[in-house]
Structure formats: C-alpha cells, structure tokens
Design a protein around this ligand. Structure first.
Ligand SMILES: *Cc1c(COP(=O)(O)O)cnc(C)c1O
Length: 480
C-alpha cells in the first residue's frame, strides 16, 4: 500500500518544513546527558506550531463534538464538558494510589454513593468498579459463574449465548474456559424459548443476554427465560451495554439477572472513541457478593473503607480503584440528571431511534418490523442487485460529513446497518441524517460506481482497516 503522509494545513507540508530552533537553543543542558543520539530525533518546533499541528489533526478526525456518531450499540452521545472538569479536579486526579483510606474519604465516598445510585438504577445488591471495560466486566462476571459452581462442587462446562449477542459474550465465555452454545433468535428477534429449553441442562452454567438486545428489541419473555435458566440451577448474566434504553424504566435486577455489567463510558457519558478509557462495573445479587473482585467500598459509621475480606473473591482485576476518572464522570452525569433526567434521557433515546426507523424504512429494509428501543437494524440487501454493498453506503456517508453506523453487525442480519442516534441529537440533526441516507439510497440505484469509489472527500480514502489493526505502522513518516 502506498505510504500516507498527512498534509496538516497546507498541501504537502511535512515536519521537515517546519521552522527549527536555532543551533544551541535546542536542548535543555540539564537534559543533554539523557539524550541518546541514536534515537529518532523529534521535530523541534515552537509551542504555536505544536498547537496548530494538533488542532489541524483534530480537524481531520471525526468525533462527536463535530457531528452525529450513530454507532449502534456503542452509545456515542454528547459528553457534558462539566464531567471533564470534575474528573480533572486535583482532589481526584492527584491522589496517590497508595493513600490510606483515612486520606481518601471523599474519593471512597464518591464510589460508595455512585454504587448506591447504580443499585437503584439496576436493581442489583453490590457493585465493584474494578473492571476497566465492558469486556473485562464480562470476564469478571463469567469467572464468578465458574467460582460459584466450583464452590458448589458442580461441574458445569457450557454457557448459552443467543446468535444476536455482541461478540464479546461468546469470546468471554470461551476465554473463561466454557464451551459456547449458540441458540437462534425467533421471528420477533428475541430468544427462541424452545431452543433455550432444549439447550438448558445441568451441564450449563448459565445464559449471557442483553435486553434490549443488539437488534434494539426488548424481549418480553424475559421472566420466562430467567425461569428456564434458574430452574436448572443456572445463572443469568446481563450485558448492560444497552442500558441507555432503560434507565428509570426497567431493571435487570427485576428481570431475574444475577450479574450485570454496565458500560459507564457508554450509558453514563465518557468519550471513548479509539478504545478507551472505559469502566465496566459489575453488579451482583446478594448471593454473589462474596465472589466479587476485591476490594469493595464499605461504610462503618461515618467512615468509608476498602474491604478485601471476601470469602470467595475471584481476586484482583485492576490496580487500585479501577478507572477512577471515568467513574467521576458517571457520578457527575447521574447526579446532574437525577432520577427524572435519566428516565427522560432513555425515553428520548428510544424516541429518536423510532423516529429514524420510521423515516428510513421507506428506503432501506427494516430487519425486524417492531417498535425499537434505543437502536434498530436496517439491511442494505436490496442494493446488492446494483452491485452496492452496505460497506459502500457507509463509505459514501463519510462524503456527506457524517459518521457511518455500525455495519455487518449483528451477524444475523444480511448487510446490516445498526443505528443508534442517542438522546442527545436534535431533530434537525436527525432530519439531516435521514436526508443523507435517502440521497445515498437513490445514488446506489442510479450511480453505483460513485459508491464504489467513495469516500472522495476525506483526507484518506479506503484503508486496509483490518491490516492497520493487526500490523499498525506507528513510525513517524515525515522527513527529518
Ligand atoms: C460495547 C459493548 C460491549 C463491550 O464493552 P467494551 O467496553 O467495549 O469492552 C459488550 N456488549 C455490548 C452489547 C456492547 O455494545
């Protein structure tokens, strides 16, 4: 592949063209003994040049401060800047990790208080903030499955996962040493009860489920599902990444789940593009509290302390308090919105998704014809006869200045486009999004070639994305 050199502000500009400091001014004499001549020299530029460089780069990038980011399942909502200010406060950001409990009472109090809020929101009994992401929360949860049955001397080797599940669910089960049984979805996009009943027996540790699922559909059979699993002694794990649809409306604890993970960086607002930072706290019902990773935050009288004394703890998952900055942002978000505000956010998320679904189904096939929750899935399959694939549609969207939805997921929908507008977009933005997607649908019919070439207006065109992830080339590519 041809090497790419980004032109930041003027075409063809490279670091070598940037003004250099004069000879002798470059290195701080105090640092000189530490500078190894064999290392790649860094460009020497003024503060102003550095700032211009990064501002230009951020302009090339697409982010939620620039426009709608309708990635299904990932909840890329607007993240209030107030959260950032709070997370940066010195009392939080400058705490020494080895501080004694007595010296970090405010910090422990915040963890304790947010746990209290999350217990009310989810209907669970105890939380840990240790996991650094949803996937790590899943691993913690499934390790608890394992330990729980080990302690009961039961040999259970399998976990059931529906075919609509997020990829991390089967991956987590396999990583924790379980065999994965995939069960099909029914015509309404929910769990096929007969298939679940057939798969569920005393070899099965439990079920991993998200509700609403990745099709954005709420499974009304959830109590029956829970009872099928519990009757055979299994546990239910709730993938809470879709909680944006149900804050203040429905609770996994009431649906019969034993363990849940939340994605604070999705539902409770932290910018998380590019893989982090995240926080994936898990909550459990009473009978599983002593299996949680240590430490838990507890309160005795008016004093908060870290409790390491749990009979069956799966151990330690993360240093110190977890990704504490993300927890602070979630805390500010929950406190600022309050109970009513959280419910309003979820209602708006569902309303926005249904508005888009209703308008877009005229041009795209709607995969499941039902009222959706916070997201929905379209199929681009009717454009295949023009030689146009969903990937082409997604790439063309970039030309119109919007981020594409999630594509080719969930796997059970052919040519899937998974759309989650979130609660934070205005009707004008949603209408513009509809207009763009409808224009592209027309282009797909009339001018398929155009879509094959897209994107034409972006700083770089189609990249080998899988290759870039597997073999990232991070070397500086300007001339020095
Ligand atoms: C994002 C997501 C996950 C994984 O969470 P990470 O924080 O990205 O590890 C799991 N399940 C669903 C449904 C998700 O959307």
């Amino acid at each position: 592949m041809e090497r790419l050199i980004f032109d930041y502000s003027e075409p063809g500009r490279r670091a070598a063209d940037l003004p250099r400091c004069e000879e002798g001014m470059s290195a701080d004499p105090l640092l000189a003994p530490f500078i190894d001549e064999r290392l790649t020299p860094l460009p020497e530029v003024s503060e102003q040049e550095v700032i211009r460089h990064y501002i230009a780069l951020s302009g090339l990038n697409y982010h939620v401060d620039k426009g709608i980011y309708p990635l299904g399942s990932c909840t890329m909502k607007y993240n209030p800047k107030l959260n950032e200010t709070a997370a940066r406060m010195e009392g939080f950001s400058h705490v020494h990790p080895y501080s004694a409990d007595e010296d970090v009472q405010g910090l422990l109090g915040l963890l304790y208080d947010l746990e209290k809020e999350l217990k009310v929101i989810t209907g669970m009994d105890s939380f840990t903030f240790q996991p650094a992401a949803g996937a790590q929360g899943e691993l913690a949860g499934i390790k608890i499955f394992k330990k729980y049955f080990d302690c009961k001397n039961e040999k259970r080797t399998k976990i059931i996962v529906p075919d609509s599940a997020h990829g991390t669910n089967p991956a987590t089960s396999a990583m924790a040493g379980f065999d994965v049984i995939t069960i099909p979805s029914n015509k309404q996009g929910g769990v096929d009860l007969a298939a679940l009943e057939e798969a569920m027996n005393e070899d099965v540790a439990g079920l991993m489920l998200t509700n609403p699922n990745t099709l954005g559909l709420f499974d009304k059979n959830i109590l029956k599902i829970a009872s099928i699993v519990h009757k055979k002694g299994g546990l239910l794990y709730y993938d809470g990444a879709n909680l944006n649809a149900c804050m203040g409306i429905s609770r996994p604890g009431d649906m019969g789940f034993d363990i849940v993970h939340l994605n604070l960086h999705k539902t409770f607002s932290t910018p998380h593009g590019g893989g982090g930072p995240g926080s994936g706290p898990i909550g459990v019902k009473k009978h599983l509290r002593d299996y949680l990773p240590v430490p838990l935050v507890e309160k005795k009288g008016r004093r908060f302390f870290l409790d390491y004394d749990l009979a069956h703890s799966i151990g330690k998952l993360h240093g110190f308090y977890g990704n504490f900055g993300v927890v602070v942002k979630a805390y500010v978000y929950v406190k600022k919105l309050g109970t009513k505000g959280l419910r309003h956010a979820s209602r708006m998320a569902c309303l926005n998704a249904n508005y888009l679904q209703k308008r877009l189904r005229k041009k795209y096939r709607l995969a499941y014809d039902r009222i959706c929750k916070h997201e929905f899935v379209l199929s681009g399959d009717k454009f295949k006869k023009y030689g146009v694939r969903t990937l082409d549609i997604a790439k063309r969207m970039l030309d119109y200045g919007v981020h594409a939805p999630t594509v080719y997921f969930p796997l059970i929908v052919d040519e899937a486009l998974m759309i989650e507008p979130t609660e934070t977009e205005s009707k004008q933005t949603l209408d513009r999004f509809v207009e763009i997607m409808c224009t592209i649908a027309d282009e797909a019919r009339k001018n398929p070639e155009l879509l094959h070439e897209a994107p034409l207006n972006t700083p770089v065109s189609r990249l080998d994305e899988a290759g870039a992830v597997k073999e990232p080339d991070l070397a500086y590519q300007g001339d020095l």
